[in-house]
Design a protein around this ligand. Sequence first.
Ligand code: ZN
Ligand code: ZN
Length: 141
Amino acid sequence: MDKEDKRRYFVVGSVYLEVVTPLFQQKLDENYKSLNFRCLKDFLDRKAVIHILFHLRHRNAWCCTDKLNCTNHGALPLNHHQWKQLYAENPGPGIHNCFCKYTAKSIKPADLDLSLCGLILYNCCNLGQLDEEAGPYTPTE
Ligand SMILES: [Zn+2]
Ligand SMILES: [Zn+2]
């Protein structure tokens, strides 16, 4: 890749992020609002949502509740930083590897990057017909 190629690659990359990121953020915003959640925090605190996201970050964890929906991913799509951005650990003693230990933080869709928005949309929201035709979202890291 010569210098000009690199520049072009960079420009295309930033335009893509500038255009696509707000679209994903907006989509996430619309999604939880259409589900009657007032804010993203309320949506993230919903049991089904935190449970799905918990297992995207934690391997070999079997929760104390809602066990039927526990999953175990070989590769963890959610990185440590992303998980910390979304959830805070509740104070309390004991080793307890379970989603009930966490509470969502007060964040806005605008605080989330493309990959995190995509992960939440793809895993926790029912994407519209149009989006499904575009194929599944694969996070890149
Ligand atoms: Zn628990
Ligand atoms: Zn679980």
